[in-house]
Design a protein around this ligand. Structure first.
Ligand code: GDP
Length: 364
């Protein structure tokens, strides 16, 4: 074949003829199947049948920020709602390194011994920054990750803590409709995300470590008050005594708190997630709690209160998004910000102007 590049005028450039290529490079390669779009009914039917692939795809929709995905997700959630609620929801919290994933792996195997299905979800608002969550990471739960009756899902990463938490809460509904009767929600031990986790679980378990004796100072009062059970991990080797001492400190400290609404006095236990010691005792305590709160009506009360809380959260989030996503408002915001920073207007006046404008726009 003649190549124009080989013309005299292009000195130093020579193009050779190539070799003839076979029509198929790898005859064994299969074409990837294009995933069929599922309808709302496909999702609901798949979830109710316990199809994990469909459940995972539905959770991906819940986590998506795209409006069309959200529209389908919301319909799926609504249709799954009547089939949800039949599970025990347990929040598990602790600072990084407390042993959450080691423990969840062991706790999970323990609860699955009696049958049923377990979903491990997570709330980690930092996951957006770290691009990929550390919580709920399958590789951290060696046994559960290969267990046929366990479903592990890392934290949703899009948006604010409120957004992340709402998505986890919606995922709980889908998992329950899919027959998961045990739900763990893992969270990091840093204030806000624990409150969010507490607002969607029936039992809140706080994992602590024995420290230098002043561990109580580092833990915020509000978090102690949220806990239905405190467990001191790594009570093994020559750490047993320290762990027991820490447990005594926590028990003493709990005396100074008012009796929780549940009427249940939080218990403090020691255990070792790594060596699997004291696991049964922790689960006996949790079982006792459920019997206690189901008998005194607190179980239903807490769930109803949570439903109310999430209704308001949802309203707040929608209103906020609607305000900030309004085109007129978002152009005005920049100017308002500058005015406030330069002291031309007070924050309150600037806010009031923007809100007045927003309400005017709504009327039109
Ligand atoms: P997470 O960050 O809270 O999820 O904590 P990990 O489960 O990743 O555990 C942090 C470290 O503590 C790891 O090196 C674990 O092997 C270790 N660890 C966890 N549980 C125990 C335990 O019961 N005893 C001892 N000695 N080490 C533990």
């Amino acid at each position: 074949m003649e190549h124009p590049e080989n013309d005299e005028q292009y000195k130093g450039l020579k193009v050779n003829d190539g070799v003839i290529q076979p029509s198929i490079i790898n005859p064994y390669m299969k074409h990837r199947k294009v995933r069929r779009e599922l309808s709302v009914n496909d999702y609901v039917e798949g979830i109710l049948k316990g199809d994990i692939t469909v459940l995972s795809r539905a959770v991906t929709l819940v986590e998506s920020v795209r409006a069309e995905h959200q529209a389908i997700a919301q319909e799926v959630i609504e249709k799954c709602l009547p089939y949800s609620g039949n599970s025990v929801r347990i929040g598990i919290s602790g600072v990084p390194g407390a042993g959450k994933s080691t423990s969840i792996d062991v706790f999970g195997l323990h609860v699955l011994e009696k049958g049923g299905k377990l979903a491990v979800l997570a709330i980690d608002p930092s996951s957006e920054r770290s691009h990929g969550s550390i919580l709920g990471d399958k590789t951290r739960m060696e046994h559960l990750s290969v267990h046929p009756n366990a479903f592990i899902r890392p934290s949703p990463s899009a948006g604010s803590l409120g957004g992340v938490a709402r998505k986890t809460r919606e995922t709980i509904i889908l998992c329950e409709a899919g027959g998961f009767d045990k739900i763990f929600v893992e969270t990091v031990g840093v204030g806000q995300s624990e409150t969010a986790c507490h607002s969607m679980v029936d039992f809140f378990l706080l994992i602590q470590l024995a420290g230098t004796g002043d561990e109580l100072q580092g833990i915020k009062r509000g978090i102690m008050e949220m806990a239905d059970g405190i467990v001191i991990n790594k009570a093994d080797g020559n750490n047993i005594e320290k762990a027991q001492l820490a447990a005594t400190h926590f028990r003493n400290a709990l005396h100074y708190f008012p009796m929780p609404d549940s009427g249940w006095t939080p218990k403090v236990l020691t255990y070792s997630g790594f060596y699997g010691l004291g696991i049964k005792e922790i689960w006996d305590m949790i079982d006792q709690y459920f019997v206690f709160v189901k008998n005194n009506g607190y179980f239903d009360y807490r769930r109803n209160e949570q439903a109310k809380y999430w209704m308001y959260e949802s309203i707040n989030e929608h209103l906020k998004n609607n305000f900030y996503q309004n085109e007129v408002i978002s152009t005005m915001l920049e100017q308002a910000e500058q005015d406030v920073q330069m002291g031309k207007r007070t924050s309150f006046i600037a806010a009031k102007c923007l809100l007045d404008k927003y309400f005017d726009l709504l009327k039109k």
